[in-house]
Design a protein. Structure first.
Length: 339
Protein backbone atom coordinates (compact mmCIF):
# COMPACT_ATOMS: atom_id res chain seq x y z
CA UNK A 1 0.00 0.00 0.00
CA UNK A 2 1.25 3.40 -0.87
CA UNK A 3 0.56 6.11 1.70
CA UNK A 4 0.96 9.59 0.36
CA UNK A 5 1.77 12.33 2.81
CA UNK A 6 -0.15 15.34 1.58
CA UNK A 7 1.95 18.33 0.62
CA UNK A 8 0.90 21.93 0.35
CA UNK A 9 2.31 25.44 0.25
CA UNK A 10 3.10 27.24 3.51
CA UNK A 11 0.26 29.26 5.01
CA UNK A 12 0.61 33.01 4.47
CA UNK A 13 -0.27 33.97 8.05
CA UNK A 14 0.10 32.52 11.52
CA UNK A 15 -2.37 32.75 14.34
CA UNK A 16 -0.76 34.50 17.29
CA UNK A 17 -0.13 32.62 20.51
CA UNK A 18 0.61 29.32 18.82
CA UNK A 19 3.38 26.76 18.81
CA UNK A 20 4.08 24.81 15.63
CA UNK A 21 6.09 21.57 15.83
CA UNK A 22 7.95 20.45 12.72
CA UNK A 23 10.27 17.72 11.53
CA UNK A 24 13.05 17.56 8.95
CA UNK A 25 13.34 13.79 8.59
CA UNK A 26 16.21 13.93 6.09
CA UNK A 27 18.41 15.60 8.71
CA UNK A 28 16.97 13.92 11.85
CA UNK A 29 15.89 17.31 13.09
CA UNK A 30 12.86 18.15 15.18
CA UNK A 31 11.81 21.57 16.25
CA UNK A 32 9.08 23.99 17.09
CA UNK A 33 8.35 27.64 16.54
CA UNK A 34 6.42 29.80 18.99
CA UNK A 35 4.71 33.06 18.04
CA UNK A 36 3.32 35.18 20.84
CA UNK A 37 1.09 38.23 20.49
CA UNK A 38 -1.84 39.06 22.82
CA UNK A 39 -0.84 36.49 25.46
CA UNK A 40 2.60 38.03 25.92
CA UNK A 41 1.20 41.55 25.65
CA UNK A 42 -1.22 40.81 28.48
CA UNK A 43 1.52 39.40 30.74
CA UNK A 44 3.99 42.23 30.14
CA UNK A 45 1.45 45.07 30.13
CA UNK A 46 0.04 44.02 33.52
CA UNK A 47 3.49 44.20 35.05
CA UNK A 48 4.73 47.30 33.24
CA UNK A 49 8.37 46.57 34.12
CA UNK A 50 11.24 48.68 32.74
CA UNK A 51 11.71 47.96 29.02
CA UNK A 52 14.77 45.68 29.16
CA UNK A 53 13.21 43.68 32.01
CA UNK A 54 10.00 43.22 29.98
CA UNK A 55 12.06 42.15 26.99
CA UNK A 56 14.01 39.62 29.04
CA UNK A 57 10.85 38.22 30.64
CA UNK A 58 9.34 37.98 27.14
CA UNK A 59 12.29 35.83 26.05
CA UNK A 60 11.80 33.65 29.11
CA UNK A 61 8.10 33.22 28.28
CA UNK A 62 8.91 32.22 24.69
CA UNK A 63 11.57 29.76 25.88
CA UNK A 64 9.27 28.22 28.51
CA UNK A 65 6.52 27.83 25.89
CA UNK A 66 8.94 26.07 23.50
CA UNK A 67 10.27 23.81 26.20
CA UNK A 68 7.08 23.22 28.19
CA UNK A 69 5.06 22.30 25.10
CA UNK A 70 7.68 19.76 24.01
CA UNK A 71 7.41 17.73 27.21
CA UNK A 72 5.10 14.77 27.47
CA UNK A 73 3.53 15.26 30.87
CA UNK A 74 0.48 16.55 32.68
CA UNK A 75 1.09 19.29 35.15
CA UNK A 76 3.21 22.35 35.59
CA UNK A 77 6.55 23.24 34.05
CA UNK A 78 8.39 25.95 35.94
CA UNK A 79 11.38 27.80 34.55
CA UNK A 80 13.19 30.02 37.02
CA UNK A 81 16.36 32.07 36.99
CA UNK A 82 18.25 33.24 40.03
CA UNK A 83 21.22 35.51 39.61
CA UNK A 84 23.37 38.29 41.02
CA UNK A 85 22.50 40.74 38.23
CA UNK A 86 19.98 43.59 38.47
CA UNK A 87 17.20 41.05 37.66
CA UNK A 88 17.37 38.72 40.64
CA UNK A 89 14.72 36.30 39.50
CA UNK A 90 12.49 35.40 36.57
CA UNK A 91 9.73 32.84 36.93
CA UNK A 92 7.64 31.40 34.12
CA UNK A 93 4.93 28.88 34.85
CA UNK A 94 3.59 26.78 31.99
CA UNK A 95 0.64 24.49 32.64
CA UNK A 96 -0.20 21.62 30.27
CA UNK A 97 -2.55 22.88 27.64
CA UNK A 98 -0.71 26.16 27.24
CA UNK A 99 -1.69 28.38 30.19
CA UNK A 100 1.22 30.61 31.03
CA UNK A 101 2.09 33.21 33.68
CA UNK A 102 5.33 35.00 34.47
CA UNK A 103 6.94 37.57 36.71
CA UNK A 104 10.30 39.12 37.50
CA UNK A 105 11.99 40.38 40.66
CA UNK A 106 14.57 43.06 40.16
CA UNK A 107 16.47 45.90 41.78
CA UNK A 108 14.97 49.12 40.40
CA UNK A 109 18.04 51.28 40.97
CA UNK A 110 20.43 48.73 39.47
CA UNK A 111 18.19 48.27 36.43
CA UNK A 112 18.06 52.07 35.95
CA UNK A 113 21.87 52.23 36.25
CA UNK A 114 22.28 49.41 33.73
CA UNK A 115 19.98 51.18 31.26
CA UNK A 116 21.89 54.45 31.67
CA UNK A 117 25.23 52.67 31.22
CA UNK A 118 24.04 50.69 28.19
CA UNK A 119 24.65 47.38 29.97
CA UNK A 120 21.08 46.08 30.02
CA UNK A 121 21.36 43.07 27.71
CA UNK A 122 19.67 39.89 28.91
CA UNK A 123 22.93 38.32 30.02
CA UNK A 124 24.01 41.46 31.86
CA UNK A 125 20.68 41.78 33.64
CA UNK A 126 20.72 38.16 34.79
CA UNK A 127 24.36 38.12 35.89
CA UNK A 128 25.74 34.94 37.34
CA UNK A 129 23.56 32.33 38.97
CA UNK A 130 21.47 29.48 37.66
CA UNK A 131 18.50 28.54 35.53
CA UNK A 132 16.26 25.81 36.94
CA UNK A 133 13.65 23.75 35.12
CA UNK A 134 11.10 21.91 37.24
CA UNK A 135 8.30 19.58 36.27
CA UNK A 136 5.56 19.30 38.86
CA UNK A 137 2.96 16.62 38.21
CA UNK A 138 1.03 17.01 41.45
CA UNK A 139 1.66 16.25 45.10
CA UNK A 140 2.27 12.50 44.82
CA UNK A 141 4.53 12.69 41.78
CA UNK A 142 8.22 13.46 41.76
CA UNK A 143 9.44 16.89 40.91
CA UNK A 144 12.14 16.68 38.33
CA UNK A 145 14.64 19.48 38.32
CA UNK A 146 17.43 20.34 35.95
CA UNK A 147 19.89 23.09 36.72
CA UNK A 148 22.31 24.98 34.55
CA UNK A 149 24.70 27.78 35.46
CA UNK A 150 24.10 31.30 34.20
CA UNK A 151 27.48 32.76 33.37
CA UNK A 152 26.74 36.17 31.98
CA UNK A 153 25.26 34.92 28.70
CA UNK A 154 21.58 35.28 27.92
CA UNK A 155 18.74 32.78 27.99
CA UNK A 156 19.54 31.32 24.55
CA UNK A 157 23.00 30.37 25.74
CA UNK A 158 21.66 28.97 29.02
CA UNK A 159 19.18 26.85 27.05
CA UNK A 160 21.97 25.40 24.87
CA UNK A 161 23.96 24.52 27.98
CA UNK A 162 20.92 22.99 29.63
CA UNK A 163 20.15 20.65 26.76
CA UNK A 164 23.79 19.75 26.30
CA UNK A 165 24.37 18.86 29.95
CA UNK A 166 21.01 17.72 31.31
CA UNK A 167 19.44 16.12 28.25
CA UNK A 168 22.46 15.45 26.07
CA UNK A 169 20.51 16.61 23.03
CA UNK A 170 22.22 18.97 20.57
CA UNK A 171 19.88 21.97 20.59
CA UNK A 172 19.78 25.47 19.16
CA UNK A 173 17.33 28.13 20.30
CA UNK A 174 16.67 31.60 18.91
CA UNK A 175 14.45 34.06 20.76
CA UNK A 176 13.24 37.54 19.85
CA UNK A 177 11.00 40.06 21.60
CA UNK A 178 9.88 43.50 20.45
CA UNK A 179 7.21 46.12 20.86
CA UNK A 180 5.01 46.57 17.84
CA UNK A 181 3.41 49.88 16.93
CA UNK A 182 0.22 49.49 14.92
CA UNK A 183 -1.20 52.04 12.52
CA UNK A 184 -3.91 54.22 14.04
CA UNK A 185 -3.15 53.02 17.54
CA UNK A 186 -1.86 56.46 18.63
CA UNK A 187 1.42 55.46 20.22
CA UNK A 188 0.14 52.36 22.01
CA UNK A 189 2.57 49.50 21.56
CA UNK A 190 2.00 45.77 21.81
CA UNK A 191 4.52 43.18 22.83
CA UNK A 192 5.32 40.34 20.47
CA UNK A 193 7.77 37.49 20.74
CA UNK A 194 8.92 34.57 18.69
CA UNK A 195 11.26 31.69 19.13
CA UNK A 196 12.55 28.61 17.38
CA UNK A 197 14.03 25.51 18.97
CA UNK A 198 15.86 22.94 16.84
CA UNK A 199 17.06 19.57 18.12
CA UNK A 200 19.14 16.83 16.56
CA UNK A 201 17.57 13.45 17.35
CA UNK A 202 19.12 10.70 15.22
CA UNK A 203 18.24 7.08 15.88
CA UNK A 204 21.89 6.20 16.35
CA UNK A 205 23.01 7.93 19.57
CA UNK A 206 26.67 8.01 18.54
CA UNK A 207 25.72 10.57 15.92
CA UNK A 208 24.82 12.97 18.75
CA UNK A 209 28.44 13.27 19.87
CA UNK A 210 29.23 16.75 21.05
CA UNK A 211 32.87 17.78 20.76
CA UNK A 212 32.34 20.97 22.76
CA UNK A 213 31.92 19.24 26.11
CA UNK A 214 34.07 20.84 28.75
CA UNK A 215 37.25 18.73 29.06
CA UNK A 216 36.83 19.18 32.84
CA UNK A 217 34.00 16.62 32.69
CA UNK A 218 36.30 13.91 31.42
CA UNK A 219 37.55 11.45 34.06
CA UNK A 220 41.27 11.42 34.67
CA UNK A 221 43.25 9.20 32.30
CA UNK A 222 40.67 9.43 29.54
CA UNK A 223 41.70 11.35 26.48
CA UNK A 224 38.99 13.33 24.79
CA UNK A 225 38.36 12.18 21.26
CA UNK A 226 37.76 15.36 19.31
CA UNK A 227 35.26 13.95 16.84
CA UNK A 228 33.62 16.33 14.41
CA UNK A 229 29.92 17.01 14.75
CA UNK A 230 27.52 15.13 12.51
CA UNK A 231 27.03 16.78 9.09
CA UNK A 232 23.23 16.86 9.48
CA UNK A 233 23.50 18.77 12.74
CA UNK A 234 26.13 21.12 11.32
CA UNK A 235 23.70 21.95 8.51
CA UNK A 236 20.68 22.35 10.81
CA UNK A 237 22.59 24.53 13.23
CA UNK A 238 23.89 26.76 10.44
CA UNK A 239 20.37 27.19 9.05
CA UNK A 240 18.77 28.12 12.36
CA UNK A 241 21.50 30.66 12.99
CA UNK A 242 20.36 32.54 9.89
CA UNK A 243 16.97 33.25 11.48
CA UNK A 244 16.60 36.97 12.03
CA UNK A 245 14.64 38.57 14.86
CA UNK A 246 12.17 40.10 12.43
CA UNK A 247 11.30 36.66 11.02
CA UNK A 248 10.37 35.51 14.49
CA UNK A 249 8.27 38.54 15.38
CA UNK A 250 6.69 39.91 12.19
CA UNK A 251 3.05 38.73 11.95
CA UNK A 252 3.32 38.99 8.14
CA UNK A 253 5.95 36.26 8.03
CA UNK A 254 4.08 33.09 8.90
CA UNK A 255 5.62 30.34 10.97
CA UNK A 256 5.20 27.95 8.05
CA UNK A 257 6.94 30.34 5.68
CA UNK A 258 9.82 30.66 8.09
CA UNK A 259 10.17 26.90 8.45
CA UNK A 260 9.84 26.47 4.68
CA UNK A 261 12.48 29.13 4.05
CA UNK A 262 14.89 27.25 6.29
CA UNK A 263 14.30 23.64 5.32
CA UNK A 264 12.47 23.39 1.98
CA UNK A 265 15.47 21.86 0.25
CA UNK A 266 15.40 18.92 2.64
CA UNK A 267 11.63 18.65 2.97
CA UNK A 268 9.87 19.71 6.13
CA UNK A 269 6.74 18.35 7.73
CA UNK A 270 4.59 20.37 10.12
CA UNK A 271 2.28 18.99 12.81
CA UNK A 272 -0.81 20.37 14.53
CA UNK A 273 -0.13 23.61 16.33
CA UNK A 274 -0.83 24.14 20.02
CA UNK A 275 -2.19 27.26 21.68
CA UNK A 276 -0.78 29.46 24.41
CA UNK A 277 -2.83 31.74 26.63
CA UNK A 278 -2.02 34.12 29.45
CA UNK A 279 -3.80 32.77 32.46
CA UNK A 280 -2.86 32.91 36.11
CA UNK A 281 -3.81 30.10 38.45
CA UNK A 282 -4.35 32.31 41.50
CA UNK A 283 -7.81 32.45 43.07
CA UNK A 284 -9.51 33.99 46.05
CA UNK A 285 -9.80 30.54 47.65
CA UNK A 286 -6.04 29.91 47.29
CA UNK A 287 -5.18 33.29 48.75
CA UNK A 288 -7.59 32.71 51.65
CA UNK A 289 -6.06 29.28 52.32
CA UNK A 290 -2.62 30.90 52.35
CA UNK A 291 -3.82 33.56 54.83
CA UNK A 292 -5.40 30.87 56.98
CA UNK A 293 -1.98 29.24 57.35
CA UNK A 294 -0.78 32.32 59.28
CA UNK A 295 -1.59 32.92 62.93
CA UNK A 296 -4.36 35.36 63.87
CA UNK A 297 -1.65 37.63 65.25
CA UNK A 298 0.23 37.66 61.92
CA UNK A 299 -2.99 38.37 60.09
CA UNK A 300 -3.77 41.26 62.43
CA UNK A 301 -0.45 42.80 61.46
CA UNK A 302 -1.37 42.56 57.77
CA UNK A 303 -4.40 44.81 58.15
CA UNK A 304 -3.94 48.13 56.41
CA UNK A 305 -6.67 50.71 55.84
CA UNK A 306 -9.14 48.32 57.44
CA UNK A 307 -8.44 45.36 55.17
CA UNK A 308 -5.94 42.70 54.24
CA UNK A 309 -4.92 43.19 50.60
CA UNK A 310 -2.92 40.46 48.87
CA UNK A 311 -1.56 41.08 45.37
CA UNK A 312 -0.62 38.15 43.16
CA UNK A 313 2.97 38.61 41.99
CA UNK A 314 2.25 36.84 38.69
CA UNK A 315 -0.81 38.75 37.47
CA UNK A 316 -1.02 41.81 39.75
CA UNK A 317 -4.59 40.96 40.74
CA UNK A 318 -5.40 42.15 44.25
CA UNK A 319 -7.63 40.22 46.65
CA UNK A 320 -9.11 42.17 49.59
CA UNK A 321 -10.27 40.55 52.82
CA UNK A 322 -12.06 42.11 55.79
CA UNK A 323 -9.98 41.71 59.01
CA UNK A 324 -12.28 39.12 60.60
CA UNK A 325 -13.09 37.35 57.35
CA UNK A 326 -10.20 34.91 57.21
CA UNK A 327 -10.42 32.21 59.84
CA UNK A 328 -14.19 32.53 60.15
CA UNK A 329 -15.91 29.37 59.00
CA UNK A 330 -18.33 30.74 56.46
CA UNK A 331 -16.80 33.88 55.04
CA UNK A 332 -19.35 34.16 52.25
CA UNK A 333 -17.77 37.43 51.15
CA UNK A 334 -17.96 38.43 47.57
CA UNK A 335 -14.86 39.05 45.51
CA UNK A 336 -13.66 42.61 45.56
CA UNK A 337 -10.79 44.35 43.96
CA UNK A 338 -10.24 41.71 41.32
CA UNK A 339 -9.89 42.90 37.79
ZN1 LIG B 1 -2.44 35.69 39.77
Amino acid sequence: MNIDIPTRSPLPRTADDTILPFEVAALDLRGRVVRLGPALDEILTRHNYPLPVSKLLGEAVALAALFGSSLKFDGRFIMQTQGDGPVRMLVVDYVTGGRIRACARFDKARVADAIAAGTASGGELLGRGHLAMTIDQGSDMNRYQGLVALEGGGLEQAAHEYFLRSEQIPTRVRLAVAEEMRKGDSGVTHWRAGGIMLQFLPEAPERMRMPDLDPGDVPEGVTLDMVPEDDAWVEGKALVETVEDIELIDPDISTERLVYRLFHERGVRVFDSANVEAQCSCSRDNVEAMLQSFSQDDRDHMVEDGKIAVTCEFCNRTYDFAPGEVGAHDSGASETGAN
